[in-house]
Write a protein that binds this ligand. Structure first.
Ligand SMILES: [Mg+2]
Length: 211
């Protein structure tokens, strides 16, 4: 199997691995606009999309395969919908003067080109890895035997757990967006630090790196 981390060139500096959806690009809000445009809406009753998307006309739930299709359609047309998270571009630009930044997005690789173009157009010109595999093993491979400090930023608790299990010295930053569906999301684990916005996330990362 090809190692998708092999093409990422890292310098001799600390490393920030950063999620994309709902961390640097808004996801839930734009996805709700996309659903509305297609005659559906999100009815948050738990922290998942499948089972919580309904017809806008009669609130009938959309079946599993159709929800998967809607998510794929959204990723395919993401350049029309997604906008940046406040403060993300500025914060990462500042941090990148002292650290490498790599985006790690949980998205099918067939939408890589769309995401790359969108990130570039918004000033997020950092390397991008797209995968549907667990993030922990991939982050461990990416950092390998490097002795520099490392931080990981994500809105999803299961990704923080995965990276923590495979890279125990990694600073785990939980940066959840404010949205109705995130009220059902798991709490920040004890192993991670919660940040309310990119300013707080930057401070946590700089304290960990000592820069
Ligand atoms: Mg995310």
């Amino acid at each position: 199997m090809d190692d998708i981390t092999a093409d990422i060139a890292l310098s001799e500096r600390p490393l920030i691995v950063c999620d994309v959806d709902d961390v640097v690009l808004q996801f839930v809000g734009p996805f709700q606009s996309f659903l509305q445009d297609h005659g559906y809406r999100l009815l948050p009753r738990s922290f998942r999309l499948h089972g919580n998307i309904v017809s806008a006309i009669n609130e009938q739930p959309v079946d599993h395969a159709d929800v998967t299709g809607l998510i794929a359609g959204f990723f395919d047309s993401q350049e029309r919908w997604q906008v940046p998270i406040a403060g993300a571009a500025e914060a990462l630009q500042m941090l990148s003067s002292d650290a490498d930044v790599v985006f790690l997005t949980a998205m099918p690789t067939r939408y890589f080109a769309q995401r790359r173009r969108l990130l570039d157009s918004l000033g997020f010109a950092f390397p991008l890895i797209a995968t549907e595999d667990a993030k922990g093993p991939l982050v461990a491979r990416l950092h390998a035997s490097r002795e520099h400090k490392i931080a990981f930023v994500d809105d999803m608790v299961h990704n923080l757990h995965s990276v923590g299990q495979h890279k125990s010295d990694c600073l785990l930053v939980h940066l959840p967006p404010i949205s109705e569906i995130h009220r059902f999301a798991p709490e920040t684990p004890d192993t991670a630090r919660r940040a309310g916005d990119w300013s707080e996330a930057s401070t946590l990362i700089r304290d960990h790196f000592g820069c």
